[in-house]
Design a protein. Structure first.
Lengths: 651, 291
């Protein structure tokens, strides 16, 4: 037995009121002398015994009446076996299958335990009841919708994944469960929430039903919430630097006596082990990756495992800020220093000095390959005659998030660009012409461009509605035009990036001009996602096989399509993407542990909206049955009894 | 009590005379006929001599004429001897209003004493509770009346309890020969033989009047809220809600009053209920009118 408002029990002091009144009344009765008192004695003698009984009963009834009213105010309830309540009801179970529930306690995960409790509860449902199960791991899923086949439902609880890496979406799950309950025709509706109620659940923010649905909470938690995890990894340096890459890993969680290590895994193989130096609240470890590594992503694993192993793994993107640029030279100059790609490469070589990183690959147009395009972030077609065989690939590359920069020159075929890539380009190249008087370039962001002189150009006309002209010629016509195409970006430049038509490459402003343009083009998508989130990847083609290697080493072939929404992201760690077996750095991504799920310290379940309204079914097979209605009925009976006894007394 | 007999009451009763229905013997000649045969101016009858008659009353002349012993009867106007008995038990000192039962009874007896004295009758006074407390001998005259009035007016401390039987038995001894005996009491002696002496008083030739003095509150129990009722003569207290038992109380009181009336009348005496809320002159008028 318990009380919803135990402080109201202080009102029990009021039961002393009738007792004191009874004693006071005896002491303070007005006194009256009466010579004929003997007659009162004679009459009263026959009533005295009855009156004593009635007075005693009145006193008891009044004490009980006040006591009953006080208890009603205290909202008492009693805990009874739910099986005793054999009324048909609709039960919705919200089972938390977030990552924190994957913590192991006595050989079982908390999800296993919650599933067992749910199965027990389902078994106790009276005939004719219906049950719904909503899993609150992110995203929430209606696992079972209003099923009356209790035995079947009981069995499927065993199919819930006990090693979840999901985030928590308890509030959304509760909302779904309430909707399912409201769809039920059964009047008795109950909501049972099984969760560890860790901070990540944010249960206090949920909208709990206040009327019509009885809510109960069952905390399924581990008594040992000490959990270690790799909280963060800082990447210092890059693969191109002389010192290579240094990974500074921070471990959070109570340190144990057992020495901890962090193991580095590259391409699925363990390559290094580093000890974790204990510090207050956790530990630190440093892992050095030698120069020259071409890995886009690596993985760190904390050893040994603890109660929650999922967050002991962390994928690390290496050089995630490095832009992979593929420079395609359409008109290779006999002097390599005079090539357009050479000017661009020289400009990009300055990038590390200003904190930017570009990985440059240069190809002649005839050496261009599909895999080379797929691996890159930005494809630069410098004065390249467009071969129609590349058009579909370029279109898919840009549509899938790649960026394209086309620079003008005498090899440009305006008609081909205008017809085949019309949809892709932000404008249309017109006939090339040489200027009698050199033009200058004008830019609000790079005013130094006006120092450059342009003698020839392939003017850009009919710019797209969404096109942005970032640089203009001094006659006002567009010089550099950009726009977005699906997930990618395309930029057109109306003159050359070598010294054929302009002296721009010799101007100091050339370097920031190139870096800014390529940086803008290389705007990256987020490569760090939560478990079960989708990643957009290029699909396979007949000549190009795209595969994803999961942290556990499983290889998944992507279907043939322009883009594929890859959803097999349940594992936490590093995901590598292979293009015809070669690692494609641009598509590597990591799945991080959901925030807040590593904290296993349970909080108290939220206060129920109304204890008086809630007859709570709990997974242990008991319910809290409110006693206030019965006590109120008793109080009414006592009130009438008191009135009746007073009438009896007066007779 | 400063004025037992209010002057106004004395004036209103001045024209009234008290006449006994029965003849009483008295030592003083007066307006009352004496049942005693003897020397007197008014001849009544002759009757045959019976053993035990005073030989001095034999009419020797008639014996000479008829050769039979004959007694000659005369009627004498005699002086009335009135005995006024006042119950001064504690219960008589109670009253729900300003006037206690004792005061009310004293007023009634004082009025009667005044009337008797004006007629030249002798009046004695006895106060009692469980014993005779005061006894004034039968006298007539203004001085005696004044003394009697003062005695009635004296505030007496309640003592003893009401014990009618033994007190009235003793009253018989003090009442002397046939006369008028007026008993003023609340009769709250619930012994079933308490009023038996009344019959014996009657048997002694007295004309007995019982003034049953009752307070209206005693008759009606007008109290509403629960009370702790306490007795005046040592009875244990009782806590009751009078509203709940008023009906049964009144039934019991009515039965008590009826019982008193029945027993007094059965003894040959007169009974008169003297409520303290009824002016005493009304009670006296009723007493004299009903003769």
């Amino acid at each position: 037995m318990g009380f919803g408002l135990p402080w109201a029990l202080a009102g029990l002091i009021a039961v002393a009121v009738p007792l004191i009144a009874h004693l006071m009344r005896r002491q303070k009765l007005p006194r009256q002398t009466l010579p004929t008192i003997e007659f009162l004695h004679r009459i009263h003698a026959t009533r005295a015994t009855r009156l004593r009984v009635v007075d005693a009963l009145l006193l008891i009834v009044r004490v009980l009446l006040i006591g009953a009213l006080v208890l009603v105010a205290a909202a008492p309830y009693r805990v009874v076996q739910s099986s005793l309540l054999d009324r048909q009801h609709a039960l919705a179970i919200v089972l938390d299958d977030s990552m924190s529930m994957a913590a192991i306690y006595e050989g079982k995960t908390l999800i296993d335990r919650a599933a067992e409790l749910s199965a027990e509860q389902a078994q106790k449902l009276p005939e004719g009841s219906e049950i719904s199960v909503v899993l609150s791991g992110k995203p929430p899923r209606a696992w079972i919708r209003r099923s009356g086949e209790i035995e079947t439902v009981r069995r499927v609880f065993g199919e819930i994944d006990p090693r979840s890496t999901r985030g928590d979406a308890l509030c959304d799950a509760v909302r779904t469960a309430v909707e399912l309950l409201l769809e039920s025709e059964l009047a008795d509706r109950r909501l049972l929430v099984l969760s560890d109620f860790t901070p990540g659940t944010h249960a206090e923010d949920c909208e709990w039903p206040s009327r019509g649905i009885q809510v109960a909470f069952e905390a399924v938690s581990t008594p040992n919430p000490d959990n270690r995890r790799i909280a963060s990894v800082e990447v210092v340096g890059d693969a191109l630097s002389a010192d290579g890459i240094r990974l500074d890993a921070q471990v959070l969680g109570t340190a144990t006596d057992v020495p901890q290590k962090i193991r580095l895994r590259q391409r699925g193989q363990e390559t290094q082990t580093s000890s974790v130096e204990p510090v207050e609240g956790g530990g630190e470890a440093v892992i050095a990756i030698p120069p020259g590594s071409t890995d886009a992503v690596v993985e760190l694993r904390l050893d040994p495992d603890d109660v929650l192993s999922a967050d002991n793994v962390r994928g690390v993107l290496l050089g995630s800020d490095t832009v992979h640029v593929l420079l395609v030279d359409g008109d290779p100059h006999p002097d390599p220093r005079k090539r357009e790609t050479s000017f661009l490469a020289q400009a990009l070589g300055v990038a590390p000095l200003i904190g930017r990183s570009f990985a440059v690959e240069t190809l002649d147009a005839e050496d261009l390959s599909e895999s080379a395009i797929i691996r890159s972030d930005v494809l630069v077609l410098a004065n390249a005659t467009l071969d129609e065989k590349w058009l579909p690939l370029i279109q898919r590359f840009v549509g899938g998030g790649g960026s394209l920069w086309i620079t003008a020159g005498d090899r440009i075929n305006p008609r081909a660009y205008g017809s085949v890539l019309r949809e892709l380009l932000p404008g249309r190249y017109t006939a090339t012409r040489m200027e009698e008087r050199p033009l200058s370039l004008q830019s609000t962001t790079l005013p130094e461009l006006q120092q450059a002189k342009v003698f020839g150009r392939t003017p850009i006309a009919e710019t797209a509605l969404d096109a942005v002209v970032t640089v203009r010629f001094s006659d006002g016509t567009p010089a550099l035009v950009e726009h977005r195409y699906r997930s990618g970006r395309v930029t057109m430049f109306a003159t050359t990036v070598d010294d054929a038509w302009t002296d721009l490459p010799y101007q100091p402003v050339f370097v920031p001009f190139v870096l800014d343009t390529l940086t803008r083009l290389a705007g990256r998508t987020n490569h760090s996602i939560e478990p079960y989130a989708a990643v957009s990847l290029p699909g396979s083609t007949p000549s190009q096989r795209i595969q994803v290697v999961t942290p556990s080493g499983r290889t998944v072939d992507l279907a043939e399509a322009d883009r594929v929404a890859f959803r097999d992201t349940a594992e936490i760690g590093a995901y590598r993407v292979l293009v015809n077996g070669v690692q494609g750095a641009r598509f590597a991504f990591v799945v991080d542990a959901p925030p807040g799920e590593s904290d296993l310290v349970s909080k108290a379940p939220p206060e129920q909206p109304s204890r008086a309204e809630a007859v709570a079914a709990v997974a242990s097979g008991t319910v809290e049955q409110p006693l206030a209605p019965w006590l109120l009925l008793l109080a009414i009976v006592l009130l009438f009894t008191e009135l009746w006894l007073r009438q009896i007394r007066r007779r | 009590m400063t004025h037992v007999l209010e002057p106004e009451l004395a004036v209103r009763l001045a024209g009234l005379t008290l006449r006994a229905k029965r003849t009483v013997d008295g030592l003083l000649a007066g307006m009352h006929q004496s049942p005693h045969r003897g020397a007197s101016a008014l001849f009544k009858e002759h009757r045959a001599y019976r053993p035990g008659d005073d030989p001095r009353l034999i009419d020797w002349r008639a014996y000479a004429r008829s050769d039979r012993y004959t007694i000659k009867h005369f009627e004498h106007e005699t002086q009335l001897r009135g005995t006024l008995a006042l119950d001064i038990s504690p219960s008589m000192h109670w009253g729900s209003g300003e006037v206690s039962k004792r005061d009310h009874a004293a007023t009634l007896l004082a009025a009667l004493a005044y009337l008797l004295t004006r007629q030249g009758d002798a009046v004695s006074l006895i106060t009692f509770d469980d014993a005779i407390r005061v006894r004034l001998p039968a006298r007539s005259g203004a001085a005696h009346l004044d003394y009697l009035m003062r005695t009635l007016a004296e505030p007496a401390q309640p003592a003893g309890v009401t014990a009618l039987h033994q007190s009235l038995d003793k009253l018989i001894e003090h009442a002397g020969r046939m006369g008028l005996v007026v008993i003023a009491s609340d009769l709250l002696d619930l012994d079933e033989h308490a009023l038996d002496p009344v019959a014996r008083i009657q048997a002694r030739g007295h004309q007995t009047i019982v003034l049953h003095v009752m307070d209206p509150a005693e008759l009606e129990l007008p109290y509403e809220q629960p009370m702790r009722f306490e007795g005046l003569e040592g009875e244990p207290h009782v806590e009751v809600d009078p509203g709940g038992l008023r009906r049964r109380y009144r039934e019991a009181i009515d039965a008590f009053v009826a019982s008193c009336r029945r027993r007094v009348v059965a003894a040959g005496a007169r009974y008169l209920l003297a409520r303290t809320d009824i002016p005493p002159e009304h009670t006296l008028l009723q007493l004299l009118r009903d003769g």
